[in-house]
Design a protein around this ligand. Structure first.
Ligand SMILES: [Zn+2]
Length: 303
């Protein structure tokens, strides 16, 4: 895939490695293997390179990150969780804390929307627990790698390794934010430490003025590549979003033209949902349509 946004000659992705980076990759694999942390099935080159890029090809640092991640996966029981997690409260949770994948951006990356401004923590924790929310987050990261990204890659004929996030802060208040701060902190730590290099683009929309001012202070402190991926927008964000996302892929509420059956937040529409073997439609109307003999392709097309 084309490198995200680096001005460098070698992006550190497959097909764009300097001789030195390629050598570091080999060494990384060998050392992990010698120490019993390498699993041929799970750790392909793309996987290893994400950890190397996250640590700027510093072998010692990348190794520490990788091993910490392997240990965490064991402790958290990731493999087992993926097989057994039954997110029965999904539909209810979506009322109080909508977060969902929905179609792809112009680069072919899955779009992930999180409407954190709408969060109602009191109502939310009546139907679920913080622990289960974190478990769901982990399961979603695993699904992203297991079938959303591969489906996007297949659709676009190039390797897609990252997603495009829209974080909607509409309605967020200091009080609501402080109530979810613990969760947000834990969730971002999991993302950064255990699922590195998954951020392709990150739009924060409906950001309060203060937020934008703080961002302009923080931005110069971040590394260039990361900073370039993050875009902070106020209430007039539509034009910018549409530069990156086709109107047909962007929900109407964000200035696009997509209106999925039962709402874009419930459709799980995207390339990952267009082969029958990958079906995760799991909800209301679509299930009804499928059981009435319609193919998934048709359902998605109507969505
Ligand atoms: Zn939609």
């Amino acid at each position: 895939m084309p490198p995200a946004t680096t001005g460098q000659k070698y992006s550190g992705h497959i097909g764009s490695l300097s001789p030195q980076q390629a050598e570091t990759l080999e060494k990384f694999r060998r050392e992990l293997s010698d120490e019993g942390f390498y699993d041929k099935e799970r750790h392909d080159d793309a996987y290893l390179l994400r950890f190397l890029r996250a640590r700027r090809f510093d072998l010692a640092k990348a190794k520490k990150m990788f091993i910490d991640c392997e240990k965490w996966r064991k402790e958290f029981g990731v493999e087992n969780l993926v097989k057994t997690f039954d997110y029965t409260e999904h539909n209810e949770v979506m009322k109080y804390y909508p977060r969902y994948y929905h179609k792809t951006d112009k680069e072919g990356r899955p779009i992930y929307v999180e409407e954190i401004g709408n969060i109602d923590i009191k109502a939310l924790y009546k139907i679920t627990t913080p622990e289960r929310q974190i478990q769901n987050l982990v399961v979603e990261y695993e699904k992203l790698a297991a079938y959303r990204l591969p489906a996007c890659s297949a659709r676009h004929g190039k390797m897609i390794e990252t997603s495009c996030t829209i974080l909607d802060l509409k309605g967020v208040s200091l009080r609501s934010f402080s109530s979810v701060f613990g969760y947000v902190k834990q969730a971002s730590a999991i993302g950064q430490n255990y699922y590195p290099e998954r951020m392709g683009k990150f739009f924060i929309i409906n950001a309060p003025m203060l937020f934008s001012s703080v961002w302009s202070l923080v931005k110069p402190m971040l590394d260039e590549v990361t900073a370039a991926k993050i875009v902070i927008l106020g209430s007039k964000y539509e034009k910018v979003l549409l530069e990156y996302i086709d109107a047909d892929s962007l929900p109407t509420k964000f200035g696009g033209r997509c209106n999925c059956v039962n709402g874009c937040h419930m459709s799980d529409a995207g390339p990952w949902n267009e082969n029958e073997e990958n079906v995760v439609v799991g909800i209301g109307k679509e299930i009804e349509m499928i059981s009435n003999g319609m193919t998934v392709e048709k359902v998605v097309a109507q969505a």
